[in-house]
Design a protein around this ligand. Structure first.
Ligand SMILES: [Zn+2]
Length: 480
């Protein structure tokens, strides 16, 4: 007999209204599901259930879709480089600093475990992770219980900032081609995984670190396999300037010229398009092109806002008809906090409370994410959809008082009110703790890994600076 869970008399259900293709509130009624999907949403469930739970003071809502994150070394980079940047590269820290913290292969499992745990605790049930291909990736992603799109990155050039002001590219075309071949193989293995919850994504890492022929070949191979394509594009001003120098085009124009754009493409970040005030372009075509092609933008506001950069604006992209989904990029891997920041950054950039509203952000993290993945069975609660859902405790102090539960959740409570998370009807987070992962163990392991990586940072820095010089502490240490 299949295991059926029913949540009775739910105070608030966030349900999908197919007539309006929109999310709506329902008050009262049951939510029932098994491993194959949702059986009942908002009506009375008359069948036999193996598990029966009360929906009193609970909100049941669809699981969230994180369209862009990085496991690899990112989770262990926390609290090191938040206050640095390369002034001549528009303040961006990534080129000069991200390569000096290298946890090695031993760090992969802990980093992935912490990232998945943090994302699921904050309501993400589907994630798209871009990282280096690694055997344990499939195992841990499957074990976590999450629905995971794994995107092994490949590229032909490494970034080098040897003098803290000039970005150079060290090309190795053959190594990039070899990594592409391995990525295709890995993506096929992800798709074939017996869990049925994994898939592969074809991911040239950055638009400026791959030759044009590799970008074209990657898109063709992805389309032959009916796989998605994701590539960082228009993510920094340094990249924008480099592409202008090489081609005279913005990142969006360049990919359009190569024939890469389409509804199966997710562009990482896509901030510095031709309308952005920093790029000072004389055209206003990029958002029109993205909307025409049905290409998705993966919007990850937190890591960029930390460096003083913002998309202009999420509300404007949506009004232009661009499908924008939400990603978390790097730590803190908190999906609900990311959504809050997306809303705040959009209103700050648009200088208006009317630039975007709570429902728009919720749509971006659910229906728009599903659209990006080409799916109509996730990001929504409706009979027949996957049983990927969250149970929110309306009695959590951070939620009360509740007039509008999604507003309490997004503007105040975030993961502190996430009580249970289900993916494919299986409980993956209970009382805020991942059930399938050794999350606490991985968090403990992370400290030793970070200490070790910090002690070796100087060996990866072209200028040989040690970690104290690279990342001075936020307060001076008083010697006593
Ligand atoms: Zn990224």
């Amino acid at each position: 007999m299949t295991e059926i869970t029913v949540i009775r008399d739910v105070e608030t259900i966030v349900a999908y209204d197919p007539d309006g293709d929109r999310q709506v509130y329902l008050h009262g009624g049951d939510v029932a599901f098994d491993e194959t999907g949702l059986i009942c949403v908002g009506t009375r469930f008359e069948g036999q259930a193996t598990t029966e739970l009360s929906g009193k003071a609970r909100m049941v809502m669809p699981g969230l879709i994180d369209i862009h994150c990085h496991s690899h070394d990112e989770p262990m980079a926390k609290s090191i480089f938040e206050d640095v940047g390369t002034a001549a590269l528009w303040g961006q820290a990534m080129y000069e600093y991200s390569g000096v913290i290298d946890g090695g292969e031993d760090a992969r499992a802990a980093c992935l475990t912490v990232m998945l745990g943090d994302l699921m605790r904050s309501g993400a049930t589907t994630i798209l992770d871009i990282a280096g291909a690694n055997d344990i990736w499939l195992d841990i992603a499957a074990q976590s219980g999450a629905r995971a799109y794994l995107a092994p990155g490949f590229r032909q050039a490494d970034w080098v900032v040897s003098d803290s002001h000039r970005l150079d590219f060290e090309w190795n075309d053959k190594a990039g081609r070899d990594a592409f071949a391995r990525a295709l193989d890995f993506a096929e293995r992800a798709r074939a995984h017996p869990s049925g919850r994994l898939d592969g994504v074809i991911s040239p890492s950055q638009v400026e670190t791959c030759r044009p022929d590799l970008l074209v070949d990657a898109a063709e191979e992805a389309r032959n396999r009916s796989m998605l394509i994701t590539v960082h594009t228009a993510q920094t001003m340094a990249e924008h300037e480099e592409l202008l120098r090489r081609t005279g085009l913005t990142g969006v124009q360049y990919l359009e010229q190569l024939g890469v754009l389409g509804p199966d493409v997710i562009l990482g970040h896509c901030i510095f398009a031709d309308h952005h005030s920093w790029t000072r372009q004389r055209t206003r075509n990029d958002l029109v092109t993205l909307a025409d092609r049905g290409t998705t933008v993966a919007h990850c506001p937190v890591t960029f806002a930390r460096s003083g950069m913002a998309l202009e604006t999420l509300g404007a992209y949506r009004r232009a008809g661009v499908n924008v989904a939400i990603g978390t990029d790097s730590y803190p891997f908190n999906m609900l906090e990311e959504m809050r920041q997306a809303l705040i950054c959009s209103r700050l950039g648009g200088k208006s409370v009317f630039d975007i509203n709570t429902a728009d952000i919720f749509d971006a993290a659910t229906l728009a994410g599903a659209k990006a993945l080409g799916r109509d069975d996730i990001g929504r609660l409706s009979v027949g959809a996957k049983a990927d859902l969250l149970v929110i405790d309306l009695d959590a102090p951070t939620m009360r008082p509740v007039y509008d539960p999604l507003r309490s959740l997004l503007h105040c409570a975030a993961e502190r009110a996430v009580e249970r998370v289900y993916v494919d009807g299986r409980l993956t987070v209970n009382q805020g703790k991942p059930t399938q992962l050794d999350y606490d163990g991985a968090v403990r392991e992370m400290q030793a890994l970070q200490d070790w990586a910090c002690s070796r940072a100087g060996t990866y820095d072209p200028r040989g600076r040690n970690i104290d010089e690279l990342a001075p502490k936020s307060l001076p240490v008083l010697e006593r």
